[in-house]
Design a protein around this ligand. Structure first.
Ligand code: DSN
Length: 422
């Protein structure tokens, strides 16, 4: 456990909750595809006195005094982002992925304009124009999907919709996309119809940085990403562009959408980007994909139906229809068994979004924790056994699996936390 002496003294109730969450994270197989473990260095950077400072504006052009150090912190984060991703401009201020995407709308479109994105039930994100999001309410959103048989984006459909609707923005990427995003093909379509191509790489940014997924740089006009998924930084976001779009993006983030940046987060992002430029990070990124593919193969051999038949990245989307259990009870049973993931819609799902047919599984966090392909067969076995137990309401069996998961994880120190006492 990390000692939190000041917190424990000032607010023992909250300190106990932090301790309980540390214990929970240590003991749980974290398979949520959008989560990870940050390093101790990122944790420290994100919890500093930098949080005390307001700094509306950008380095060298602020609206408050006292920016001698903050300017250097933000510049460091910007320069590292440019270097890791090979871009001309980086804005590191968006509070998270949704505000980053909103800023892109503000920079390049007007309310009522048409936008094209992957539909939410097909693996897209709310902010790619889904009706319940402000982006769907304020823009005329059109959506492409994935093939019913292939589970993959159908680029002919994208081209056809783009030609018919002439969108101002085209989004590629999403939150439940297990296959490589074909950035050059999207770029060709966007060019043909005069649209701005936005690559939302929130899920795969760490894989791109680590060379385990092709980069959208040189293809997409704008790249948005969160910083806390495969990239393994604190909760935040970035917008990456060419110099040509720098001014529009910066103006949209501040003053268009946000006030002062969260400087302690910026510091954590800078540290994470330094880590992402190391050879160890490349090994991690390749390991994430290897683990996802090994886990996918192990699940498939147990009769699990994987959307698109497998994965090219960190993520598996499992359709449980043939397994006689829905996604939500499956996710709840797995949580009890110490395996944390989320229920998810699958393409063409006949069930409702809050009680869908699928599970989404990601391997970024367990790879960070140190698990390798040799552990994936056992993990698939636990998942399979937990679902059998869930079908029989066998809570004792679920608790038994949780114990086995705990003993395995006890041998893998948790980044940022180290080893917990038994
Ligand atoms: N909540 C994120 C995810 O889980 O993919 C997307 O915003």
């Amino acid at each position: 456990m990390i000692p939190h002496p000041a917190l424990t003294g000032a607010d023992p109730e909250l300190a106990a909750l932090v301790g309980a969450e540390e214990r929970r994270q240590f003991d749980t197989m974290k398979l949520i595809a959008s989560e990870n473990y940050v390093s101790a260095a990122v944790l420290e950077a994100a919890g500093t006195v930098l949080t005390n400072k307001y700094s509306e504006g950008y380095p060298g052009k602020r609206y408050y005094e006292g920016q001698q150090v903050i300017d250097q912190v933000e510049t460091l984060a910007i320069e590292r982002a440019k270097s890791v991703f090979g871009v001309e401009h980086a804005n590191v201020q968006p509070y998270s992925g949704s505000p980053a995407n909103l800023a892109v709308y503000l920079a390049f479109a007007k309310p009522g304009d048409t936008v094209l994105g992957l539909g939410l039930p097909m693996g897209g994100h709310l902010t790619h124009g889904w009706p319940v999001s402000a982006t769907g309410a304020w823009f005329n959103a059109v959506h492409y999907g994935v093939g019913r048989e292939t589970g993959r984006v159908d680029l002919d459909e994208v081209r056809d919709l783009a030609r018919r609707h002439r969108p101002k923005l085209i989004f590629c990427g999403g939150t439940a996309v297990p296959r490589t995003v074909d950035f050059p093909a999207f770029a060709e379509i966007a060019r043909e119809v005069g649209a701005v191509l936005v690559a939302d790489v929130a899920h795969i940014a760490g894989l791109i940085a680590g060379g385990a997924h092709p980069s959208p740089v040189g293809h997409a006009d704008v790249i948005t990403t969160t910083t806390h998924k495969t990239l393994r930084g604190p909760r935040g976001a970035m917008i990456l562009t060419s110099a040509e779009h720098a001014k529009a993006v910066d103006k949209a983030v501040f003053p268009g959408l946000q006030g002062g940046p969260h400087n302690s987060t910026t510091a954590g992002i800078a540290v994470a980007l330094r880590e992402a430029s190391t050879p160890e990070f490349r090994t991690y990124a390749q390991g994430v994909v290897a683990n996802a593919q090994a886990l996918g193969a192990a699940l498939a051999s147990r009769g699990f139906d994987l959307v698109s038949g497998g994965t090219d990245n960190h993520l598996l989307l499992v359709d449980l229809t043939s397994k006689d259990i829905a996604g939500k009870p499956a996710a709840k049973a797995l949580d009890r068994a110490g395996i944390e993931l989320n229920f998810n819609t699958v393409p063409y799902d006949t069930r409702k979004p809050f009680d869908p047919s699928g599970l989404r599984i990601g391997t970024a966090a367990i790879t960070t924790r140190g698990l390798g392909t040799q552990h994936m067969e056992g993990l698939a076995g636990w998942i399979d056994d937990a679902l059998s137990a869930a079908r029989k309401d066998d809570e004792a069996a679920l608790d038994g699996i949780a114990g086995e998961v705990r003993s395995l994880l006890a041998g893998f120190p948790m980044p940022g936390l180290g080893e917990l006492p038994a």
